[in-house]
Design a protein around this ligand. Structure first.
Ligand SMILES: Cc1cc2nc3c(=O)[nH]c(=O)nc-3n(C[C@H](O)[C@H](O)[C@H](O)COP(=O)(O)O)c2cc1C
Length: 155
């Protein structure tokens, strides 16, 4: 269901520039994904039920021509759909970039036209909803009136 949410996401020209390396805890792919985390994410990510590498198609296969101008946007949107679906099923999800991109690319023998952009950990949270664990990143959000404009953006 979570992957079906990503599958159903809109994309520029319906280009669907995404694919996902999905590892379920206890299986080989999860172990291999865990092996290439950056130090900060090794604290919490390996215990996630699912580890997912979020991949975009960067080039048209066999060329150096950009596949889609909106590739990263569309991949992000597919991941967002997945995230919302996971949350609606009562699961927590955490997107992250703290992984060793080159090592992971080599480990999974990604062809040239594909690129791992981010990873997502999905599972049951071992902390309370809203509780901050790990990196200590500031989680406060900008005020609504600082990001919504009815006129021009010059104020
Ligand atoms: C593209 C992207 C990369 C991120 N990278 C990391 C990361 O490497 N490590 C981490 O702990 N969180 C990472 N995050 C999570 C953000 O830090 C987090 O969403 C933000 O601090 C707000 O916190 P919240 O989503 O828990 O409310 C990332 C999020 C996104 C969307």
């Amino acid at each position: 269901m979570i992957l079906e949410a990503a599958q159903s996401a809109p994309s520029a020209g319906n280009s669907q520039p995404w694919s996902f390396i999905v590892g379920m805890r206890g299986e080989d792919t999860h172990t291999r994904l865990s092996a290439h985390l950056a130090r900060s994410s090794t604290v919490w990510a390996p215990s996630a039920s699912y580890l997912i590498a979020n991949v975009r198609q960067r080039f048209i296969e066999g060329s150096e021509l950009e596949y889609s101008e909106f590739g990263r946007y569309d991949l992000g949107q597919a991941v967002a759909y997945m995230t919302v679906q996971a949350h609606s099923l009562g699961l927590a999800s955490h997107q992250f970039r703290a992984f060793k991109k080159q090592a992971l690319t080599e480990a999974f023998q990604l062809p040239e036209h594909l690129e791992i952009v981010t990873m997502t950990a999905i599972g049951l949270a071992d902390h309370l909803r809203g509780e901050v664990v790990g990196s200590g990143t500031d989680r406060t959000r900008r005020e609504l009136d600082s990001l919504v404009f009815a006129g021009d953006l010059s104020r």
